[in-house]
Design a protein. Structure first.
Ligand code: SF4
Length: 492
């Protein structure tokens, strides 16, 4: 695929919910062997973590803001159908066109038709997780349309024929020497004397991108928020590339996950405080672009909003799991996660890496049990709870991880009761009456087994399922009941 500059433009190699067929433990093993990657990640996440903590500490009512963000999201999910209809009406009333897409294929075909109708062969893009999720770049490439990422980190990933590894810093796994090498190899018109000085690298990208912005007819964006009350879309960013994409081309196509709604402008106020401090550790993000429909002679004259479901309705139907849809993609949970810090984002094999990816991706796609690579994601956590503490909208990710693990187990056994279920049922029955409990104790010989080392390290099946990975404390020589009976006898 060629851009107008005759530049080969590569779509990122990995898209969709899951890139490979490797489970998380297998993929993590490969990533852990990459010492350069681990060094880059450790440096980057430690720096972002410290900055975020300082930025958050400046806000005395941070906890109240988090509670407000959580409540607004919960209310939005509860009213999602009516709010979506309100958004559609407001966008249409202001000259925009709304399209509904059930899945990735439908969304891609809508965007392709829209681009084709303009006659453009190239689009500029603002970084968008939703378009990565649906594999839009690849679909456009198959249709003969080149999609150029304009966010600096996304551009590095794209020119490097690589895949993003972080929600906010997609090229976090690359250091500046690697970036220089990528630019020299893949960026047209680049100065061959380019050094790895960060300023020089940024200027090279700026020069290249500026030419693309000025010639683009069509832009494709995501959006951080959509206000149902007014039909306004909002993109927050740091580089100004978003502002260029959203204002210069004649046609703007925005792809939005249906969960990105907020009911009113007042609600937006809460998230515009929570997001920048949690993501880039800034008090306010440098660029906040908002647009409502179209305005004659000002900005894009054609605006299309593509609303995608792609599994979200299914997540919404799960009262516990739906809180994963509250995510505002700040990436704070990634930066505090000890698992992410060591493996990086590629090991998750999902567009959404880290703790939020571990609970969102398997829910969006569903899982068929432990053979499914997506099913390994909710186990990619130590359940330490750091992600919950960092999350600006108080998503209880540890609780969700356990919930999604249970769904994986249910999917695996296909409705049939597991050995654990049967054991629990039997234990419940035995413990349901003092007589049955005493009989069970007697039958199991509890109280008569004397331990030597104090631990039992091997039991016959089904106990072996437990002792294969853990020891059991040896039961005491005497049960409580035996002790009680003996004591009372002595007193009598
Ligand atoms: S789950 Fe919370 S912390 Fe993680 S990216 Fe989403 S909003 Fe940010």
């Amino acid at each position: 695929m060629k851009t107008e500059l005759g530049t080969p433009v590569y779509a990122p190699a990995g898209v969709g919910h899951l890139r490979g067929t490797e489970s998380f433990p297998d993929a993590a093993r490969h990533e852990l062997a990459n010492t350069q990657l681990r060094r880059n990640l450790a440096n980057a996440t430690a720096t972002i973590r410290a900055k975020r903590e300082a930025a958050v500490a400046e806000v005395p009512d941070w906890e109240q803001l988090r509670l407000a963000g959580s409540a607004i999201k919960a209310q939005t999910m509860a009213r999602l159908p009516e709010l979506l209809v309100q958004l559609e009406q407001q966008v249409q009333a202001r000259g925009g066109v709304v399209h509904w897409a059930r899945d990735a294929a439908e969304a891609n075909s809508i965007v392709i038709d829209l681009v084709r109708s303009t006659g453009a062969e190239q689009v500029v893009k603002v970084k968008s997780m939703a378009t990565q999720e649906i594999g839009l770049n690849e679909a456009l490439a198959d249709a003969g349309i080149a999609a150029l990422e304009t966010d600096l980190a996304e551009l590095i990933v794209q020119l490097g024929e690589d895949t993003p590894s972080h929600i906010l810093v997609p090229a976090i796994h690359r250091n500046r020497a690697e970036i220089r090498e990528i630019f020299l190899r893949a960026m047209p018109g680049v100065d061959p004397q380019l050094t790895d000085d960060p300023h020089r690298l940024a200027m090279a990208a700026r020069q290249f991108l500026r030419r693309q912005f000025l010639s683009a007819q069509v832009a494709v964006s995501g959006a951080n928020f959509a206000v149902a009350e007014t039909g306004t879309l909002a993109v927050v960013e740091s580089e100004g590339n978003g502002r260029m994409c959203l204002t210069l081309p004649e046609t703007l196509i925005t792809v939005l996950g249906i969960e990105k709604l907020v009911p009113t402008w007042r609600d937006l106020e809460v998230f515009l405080q929570l997001l920048p401090r949690s993501s880039t550790a800034e008090r306010m993000n440098p660029y906040t672009s908002m647009w409502t429909g179209v305005h004659p002679g000002d900005g894009p004259q054609e605006f299309h909003l593509v609303l995608i479901d792609n599994g979200r309705t299914a997540v919404l139907s799960d009262e516990v799991g739906r809180t994963a849809l509250h995510c505002i993609r700040c990436s704070a949970c990634l930066n505090v996660c000890p698992v992410y810090e060591r493996t990086g984002g590629h090991a998750y094999g999902s567009v959404y890496p880290g703790p939020i990816g571990a609970v969102l991706s398997p829910q969006l796609t569903g899982t068929s049990g432990h053979g499914d690579p997506n099913a390994s994601l909710p186990y990619a956590s130590s359940l330490c709870g750091a992600c919950f503490d960092a999350c600006p909208v108080r998503i209880n990710i540890p609780e969700l991880l356990v919930h999604v693990r249970a769904k994986v187990v249910d999917a695996e056994r296909g409705g049939a009761p597991s050995g654990q279920d049967l054991a629990m049922k039997a234990a419940g029955w035995a413990m349901g009456s003092p007589g049955r409990f005493a009989a069970a104790e007697k039958a199991m010989g509890v109280g008569r087994v004397a331990g030597h080392s104090g631990r039992i390290s091997a039991l016959p099946w089904p106990g072996s399922l437990w002792t294969a990975s853990r020891d059991l404390p040896t039961p005491p020589k005497q049960t409580f009941r035996q002790w009680w009976a003996q004591r009372n006898q002595g007193e009598g």
